[in-house]
Design a protein around this ligand. Sequence first.
Ligand code: CUA
Length: 342
Amino acid sequence: MTAKSSIALPITLVPLAVLTSSCVHSRDMMSPAGPAATRIAHLGWFVLGVFLVVSVVMWGLVLWTFARRRGSLDTHLPWNAGADQRWITVGGFAIPVVVLATIFIVMLRTMNAFPMGGSEMGGMTADIRIVGHQWWWQVEYLDPQVARQTMTANEIHIPTGQPVNIELRSYDVIHSFWVPRLHGKVDLVPGAVTRIRVQADVPGLFPGQCGEYCGPQHAHMAILVVAEAPADYARWLDHLRADATTPISPPALDGQRVFLDRQCALCHAIRGTDARGTVGPDLTHFASRHGLAANTFPNTRGPLAAWLTHAQSLKPLAQMPNLTILTGEEQQSLVAYLESLR
Ligand code: CUA
């Protein structure tokens, strides 16, 4: 192998490495991780194939027209009107109708394959209820035993290898639940209940995004699906049901007092405390979540501290106010408290 080719090989592998690594936490609908998304990806590849065939034929005809052009217009008169019309009838009408009708039928078959109504789900109740808010996701884990129902926000865990029925609602504007590697977009419509069944075949993190413009912070309304082995999922769900533990460290204890005394508790709930607000996300196990502010930022100390005092700079018009009344010490203790909510 020459020196040149030994350099060229790794370089050609770079795009491949980027492509494959981007699949891990990607939103790439063409890298499906469950049955519903697989069907959509198959439809996508089929439509892409048809598009490529049509493009090749069209460009072939255009090039052929240039290649065969001979002489002036005069030498071509009179035109053969019958033959020209055949081109238009067949190429401009018949073939497009057949192609578009085929794509339409295949698309309808794909859509029909998804159980989306109550009856199609065999009267099965939803496992998870998701409520869209401007601009975050409320997530309720349903259970026939009301005492076992529980709540979180902006991040949902599901067990791998089994279908999960999700019920979607909204009480403000239309949002759209879209986790591209697991399912297509499904709207959350005020006054209506929509349902989808998602399944992840492999464990992993599957980011999603609100897919319907719902106001100025629509782009900052992201959701994360964490798929994990059924045993891990069961453990996680048990932990989610538990109340928040009382913090041990003095700064975190101070933070809890700040949380309950300042306006935080008016909007947020932390189970196991007197905070029972329902305007904003439930924060009972806040520190165990990956993201902050509907996954706008990573859930780390810096963004969290900034979020508490300058939410309106980070996510303008969100319901979270700038808590500029906090002293630096109160801000730090509040961060310590929130970070203790594992
Ligand atoms: Cu919610 Cu866009």
